[in-house]
Design a binder for this molecule. Structure first.
Ligand code: IMP
Ligand code: MG
Length: 181
């Protein structure tokens, strides 16, 4: 059943599941050390993180970071990064797990902050890559799908806090955020 607020499904639950499994195999093949510390970006990264770590075969630790940007109007705001599992970074092989890269600003800020905590290695796994909107170059080691410049929800992605639970990634109907119906 597709939510009535969804214009169309971009990636089905089955397509995502297959791609996440393939990404996990690739991550296992390219492990630098025995153990990976998968660090999910709250809140949107939590679904991808949960599915990804259950597909990894070697030892895994799990941590979380939160990034928030407080901007006024269209000015890009300053990024605040909170590491919720501080002592888990130093000396670890960290894999930063994010739902989507858009301008790249969040990921760039997160990588800068995490690097400051001296991990042994630092890599990224991103499910969705909205390449057309990139403003800052960021190293993407594992990418799930390139996606078009549309507003997406589901599989962790939200609009105003909703739709994160949808098992697929869908394009949100314009009427939902432009009002009027
Ligand atoms: P960036 O810093 O511009 O790369 O922004 C990335 C963040 O913006 C993601 O972690 C999401 O929280 C949010 N974002 C970007 N595009 C979408 C979208 O299509 N739907 C929902 N959230 C999005
Ligand atoms: Mg996010």
């Amino acid at each position: 059943m597709v939510d009535p607020d969804i214009d169309h499904v971009l990636l089905s639950a089955g397509e995502i599941e297959a791609r996440v499994a393939a990404m996990a195999r690739d991550i296992d093949r390219r492990r630098e050390g025995a153990e990976i510390t998968a660090v999910g970006v709250l809140t949107g990264g939590f679904v991808f993180l949960a599915d990804l770590v259950r597909r990894l075969r070697g030892p895994v630790r799990v941590g979380f970071v939160r990034a928030a940007s407080y901007g006024e109007g269209t000015r890009p705001g300053e990024l605040t990064v909170e590491i919720l599992t501080d002592r888990e970074i130093e000396g670890r092989d960290v894999l930063l797990v994010e739902d989507i890269v858009d301008t790249g600003r969040s990921l760039a800020g997160l990588l800068r902050t995490l690097a400051g905590h001296r991990p042994r290695s630092l890599r990224t796994a991103v499910l969705l890559d909205k390449k057309a909107r990139r403003e800052v170059e960021v190293p993407l080691d594992h990418v799930g799908f390139p996606v078009p410049d549309e507003f997406l929800v589901g599989y962790g992605l939200d609009y105003a806090g909703r739709y994160r639970n949808l098992p697929y990634v869908g394009v949100l109907r314009r009427s939902v955020y432009e009002g009027g119906g």
